[in-house]
Design a protein around this ligand. Structure first.
Ligand SMILES: C[S@@+](CC[C@H](N)C(=O)[O-])C[C@H]1O[C@@H](n2cnc3c(N)ncnc32)[C@H](O)[C@@H]1O
Length: 225
């Protein structure tokens, strides 16, 4: 068995034993319909989706911001963590992805709590800030990695003390630690990590992961007072 097959098998083993709450057909259907619509298979894995949900629950999140919706798979995991009066806004550049996501989110029964906004996140974020929304309790950043430092800055601006920022795909197969790698996605991710490490209002860490999606990692930051 190859290394990646082993990671996939163990992910399946964990999912079988731990993702045992009421089976969520909407999540399975979201992946199926995203695939059928030709969306790339780059949603978070089921075990990572559950981690996002647990983080939102531990934080007691009532307001969640997601940057990078794709077909709404992670959106549904996060949306399920919201209390009845909670709200999630998800930003997506590609109208085709957003269209699929909106259908998936509606089938999950989350359409009254979840809003997908179409456009480049760096345009949507200032518009969102102009609305003076209540501080977000959790921000999940999972879009174009080149803009990661800007997204962390916006997340900081739009969250209150105790807010959580989750930044996905930070290991990038180890490329993040290769100083010779000048891929803009890697450079953007490095800059976001530097910002988390150096900003006086942020404290954070990063964890490498292997699993069904290969070798990568995520960073977790907490907003200080
Ligand atoms: C990795 S996928 C998101 C996966 C999703 N969070 C999940 O786990 O189900 C990244 C998404 O970000 C979107 N995206 C890329 N650039 C963007 C931008 N500038 N603004 C908003 N969304 C963007 C892509 O179209 C894609 O749908």
């Amino acid at each position: 068995m190859s290394e990646s097959q082993l990671w996939r098998t163990v992910d399946g083993y964990f999912a079988d034993r731990l993702l045992t709450d009421a089976p969520d057909e909407a999540l399975t259907a979201a992946l199926r319909d995203s695939d059928a619509a030709g969306l790339p298979p780059i949603a978070v894995s089921p075990v990572a989706g559950k981690l996002l949900q647990l983080l939102a629950q531990v934080r007691g999140a009532r307001h969640i911001l997601e940057i990078g919706t794709l077909g709404g798979y992670s959106t549904i995991w996060l949306g399920r963590a919201l209390p009845p009066d909670g709200r999630l806004i998800s930003l997506e550049y590609d109208p085709r992805h957003a269209e699929v996501a909106v259908r998936n989110i509606a089938r999950a029964g989350l359409d009254r709590q979840v809003e997908v906004r179409v456009g480049a996140a760096l345009d949507s974020l200032p518009a969102l800030a102009d609305e003076n929304p209540p501080p977000f309790d959790l921000v999940f950043i999972d879009a174009d990695k080149v803009n990661n430092p800007h997204y962390v800055e916006w997340a900081l601006r739009l969250t209150g003390a105790g807010g959580l920022i989750v930044l996905d795909n930070v290991a990038r197969g180890g490329r993040v630690a290769d100083p010779d790698n000048t891929d803009p996605d890697v450079v953007g991710t490095r800059a976001a990590l530097d910002l988390i490490g150096s900003h006086p209002r942020l404290t954070g860490t990063a964890i490498q992961t292997v699993g069904a999606k290969g070798y990568d990692g995520f960073a977790l930051a907490r907003v200080l007072a």
